[in-house]
Write a protein that binds this ligand. Structure first.
Ligand SMILES: [Zn+2]
Length: 90
């Protein structure tokens, strides 16, 4: 599997570390159901079939976090973008 790093170009997946689902949103700690929401956020995962957005870290390259779109059935990578959107603070 090859990942098109926006900084380094297309590289082998062995240069990267996988973190997980990039679609999760951290729950509001002040919400009334915060305990259950954090349990679900930390422990429960979907197992999607098809295109999925994931966090990958280019550990043996530019050391940047990427948001990679990968088809979980074929491992085909359809896109990779910097994790931080332009204009966001460092
Ligand atoms: Zn890179």
């Amino acid at each position: 599997m090859r990942i098109p790093c926006p900084y380094c170009g297309e590289r082998d997946a062995h240069e990267f570390s996988y973190l997980g689902d990039a679609t999760l949103t951290r729950p509001d700690p002040a919400a009334a159901d915060a305990e259950q929401a954090f349990h679900d956020y930390v422990y429960l995962r979907d197992n999607p079939a098809g295109a999925h957005e994931e966090w990958w870290y280019h550990a043996n390259g530019c050391r940047q976090w990427l948001r990679v779109t990968r088809d979980t059935r074929t491992h085909a990578i359809s896109g990779a973008a910097p994790a931080r959107k332009s204009g966001e603070p460092a």
